[in-house]
Write a protein that binds this ligand. Structure first.
Ligand SMILES: [Fe+2]
Ligand SMILES: [Fe+2]
Length: 169
């Protein structure tokens, strides 16, 4: 069983993960508009992963015979005008998500809700990867994105790291 507080926290995380999906989709939209289909593809695929994360929380709540509480999404309304800004935003956002997961874990541990601490272990590991990816993308852009040839090749590489979502393919 889940405490009322835990249902609320887990439900809020459903919202947070959908906000993550939205953030990555906004970045993809910007990269498409900049003629960088590889970057756009990476961010679309990552957006889908975030929806999967939201659904893992959704399923966990239902497997415990409870219902999800729905909150209003508060997606960023940033209109991007530089390639680095969406990457900076995802770094900040992934740090925020890590903090959220840690906070839920802390409450679960205090409540001796070991089922939920166990459930959250996957997300703790996942957040390590999420932060690494966010920083890696920024590092690569800083290293190779300053000239057109480097940016072209980097965009190709980004497009190959997930499946295809490139325009026209
Ligand atoms: Fe996530
Ligand atoms: Fe994420």
């Amino acid at each position: 069983m889940l405490s009322k507080k835990m249902i609320s926290l887990l439900s809020e995380q459903v919202k947070n993960e959908f906000e993550s999906a939205y953030l990555y989709l906004i970045a993809a939209d910007y990269f498409h508009s900049e003629g960088l289909p590889g970057f756009a593809s990476w961010y679309i695929n990552h957006s889908k992963e975030e929806v999967e994360h939201a659904m893992i929380f959704y399923d966990y709540i239902h497997r415990n015979n409870e219902r999800v509480q729905f909150f209003n999404l508060e997606p960023t309304r940033t209109i991007y005008s530089s390639l680095t800004k969406p990457l900076e935003d995802t770094i900040v956002h992934e740090d925020f998500i890590t903090t959220c997961i840690n906070q839920i874990y802390e409450v679960a541990a205090k409540e001796k809700d070991y089922r939920t601490t166990n459930f959250l272990t996957w997300f703790i590991t996942e957040q390590q990867e999420e932060e690494e990816n966010a920083h890696a993308n920024m590092n690569k852009l800083n290293l190779f994105g300053n000239n057109p040839a480097g940016l072209y090749l980097l965009d190709k590489e980004m497009g190959n790291r997930y499946g295809k979502h490139n325009k026209g393919e």
